[in-house]
Design a binder for this molecule. Structure first.
Ligand code: GDP
Ligand code: MG
Length: 348
């Protein structure tokens, strides 16, 4: 969902890490997750992995304080690189505002880099966009390895449009922040250019022709409800829960901080923060599951706990949605997910 929302005065953009299988896309997101301050990022969600291969996609929501005077929310996605996941790649690309192309610098990956780039070019074309004018940067990754292809050769083979390119070692977090900073700059400039007329009239621009984004695609796949991007209008206050009545009672006395935060956000009508707070607690809960590997496979773990996969995916999507797209019902849904997880967790 790409938008400049003059009411919320924030920019929201979707950036996709594209490239062949095993080039280092997931590792790049992990590196960003590790260096970005916790209050500036959500959880890194890795959906459906087998071993360390991405079968579906990863995503990481982050907030930048300001880029050209406006706070920016970024939704970072990776695509599965393996050729047979073409449909998933198309789906993840929907609504994309910018691409970080992660190329593998190893000699053996020369062909797959080119094939993947052509695949990107084709996919953009079917979405009515041309790579030549589309915001993109390159990460020439795995520069730490011996005998890698020279940067000049990679430039000649891949970078037809003279996009900014970075030598990176995602494994050690080198260069990935610079690449993200540059793509953010390009994307913000591009969004501003496209949406400038609407911003002048101060009409909220909450959609573009490319706006049928991943949320809608995902809900079509899993049957959830699409995020509604219309601005949230002020409403009559609703009667709060009776004083003293709280779901926190379901948690041990010294472990209520998370659910307290969610309820506090809901009382303050901060529905987006409520869902994100719920997502943080739920992520911790999933991490603590016995036998589970940390970080990856959160969908599988949610299923182990007995949560509904469809609801869990909707929940993950809401946790990375811009605040303006999260309704009160969504916020309450977040609390419901957290409470459901707690009850199932306690019953284990
Ligand atoms: N040596 C080295 N290995 C890397 C680098 N980045 C990623 N890898 C490794 O390459 C493999 C594939 O990385 P991954 O991020 O899963 O690739 P993806 O398929 O693009 O998501 C993993 O074993 C990573 O540890 C890097 O900069 N240098
Ligand atoms: Mg991956």
């Amino acid at each position: 969902v790409s938008l400049i929302n003059p009411l919320a005065r924030e920019i929201s953009a979707k950036i996709v890490y594209y490239g062949p299988g095993l080039s280092g896309k997931t590792t790049s997101l992990k590196a960003l997750y590790a260096v970005i301050r916790p209050e500036r990022r959500g959880e890194l969600v890795t959906l459906a992995t087998e071993g360390d291969r991405t079968l579906f996609f990863d995503f990481l929501p982050i907030t930048l304080e300001r880029v050209q005077e406006m706070p920016v929310r970024l939704q970072l996605y990776t695509v599965p690189g393996q050729i047979f996941y073409a449909a998933t790649r198309k789906m993840v690309l929907n609504g994309v505002d910018g691409v970080v192309f992660v190329a593998d610098s190893q000699e053996a990956a020369r062909d797959s880099n080119r094939t993947s780039l052509e695949d990107l070019r084709d996919n953009l074309r079917t979405m009515g966009m041309d790579l030549g004018t589309f915001p993109h940067v390159f990460q020439y990754n795995k520069r730490d390895l011996r005998g890698v292809v020279t940067v000049q050769a990679m430039e000649a083979e891949l970078n037809a449009h003279k996009a900014p390119a970075f030598e990176t070692c995602a494994l050690r977090g080198i260069g990935v922040v610079n690449a993200l900073r540059e793509i953010t700059r390009l994307v913000v400039a591009d969004l501003r250019r496209k949406q400038a007329p609407a911003r002048r009239t101060m009409v909220p621009v909450l959609g573009t022709e490319r706006e049928a984004g991943l949320g809608e695609q995902l809900s079509a796949v899993v049957g959830g409800v699409a995020a509604s991007p219309e601005p949230v209008l002020p409403r009559e206050p609703v009667r709060p829960l009776a004083p003293g009545l709280s779901f926190a009672a379901l948690w041990p006395r010294d472990g209520t901080a998370g659910v307290d935060a969610v309820e506090e956000h809901l009382r303050n009508k901060q529905h987006g923060p409520a869902v994100r707070a719920a997502a943080a607690v739920l992520a911790e809960m999933l991490d603590s599951l016995p036998g589970a590997t940390t970080g990856d496979g959160s969908l599988a773990k949610a299923a182990t706990l007995g949560l509904c996969g469809t609801e869990y995916l909707r929940f993950c999507r809401l946790a990375s949605a811009p605040d303006a797209a999260v309704t009160e019902a969504d916020g309450l849904f977040g609390l419901y997910m957290l409470v459901a997880a707690r009850i199932k967790h306690a019953a284990l």
